[in-house]
Design a binder for this molecule. Sequence first.
Ligand code: DQA
Length: 144
Amino acid sequence: MKTILLVSGPNLNLLGEREPEIYGDATLADYVELASSTAADHGYELVHRQFNDEGGIVEEIHSARGTHEGIIINPGALTHYGWSIHDALAAYDGPVIEIHLSNPNAREPWRHTSVVAPVALGSIVGFGGYGYELAVNALANALK
Ligand code: DQA
């Protein structure tokens, strides 16, 4: 089965406990389950990896070259300054979708810049967990 890669960045392993007033009560595992079942509806297997460091994300994106059909990525705070993630995604040949649970543009000014957005096909922000379903649908559509 063809695969798509979901990458989660720093602190997303704490979802469910971390600032629930912003991120909600659901866990990362809940979002991965939703993304996986949506991917299965489109005939893809979803592979998920979570990292609390930038280097792990960069290496995972390198490994995706020639392995996964596309990437969905929530880089957490690295979204706003992780230029090595930008460069790794620029070197990846498939479609990339950026996702955020919250809407960073409606939060603190330092969250208003995304270094990932310029190398993504599109960004899905502010729809909470539902965004994971939207992101998989968008990626599957791009892969048609
Ligand atoms: C986030 C938004 C980021 O600004 C923040 O640092 C996160 C989560 C989101 O999904 O809303 O860790 O990526």
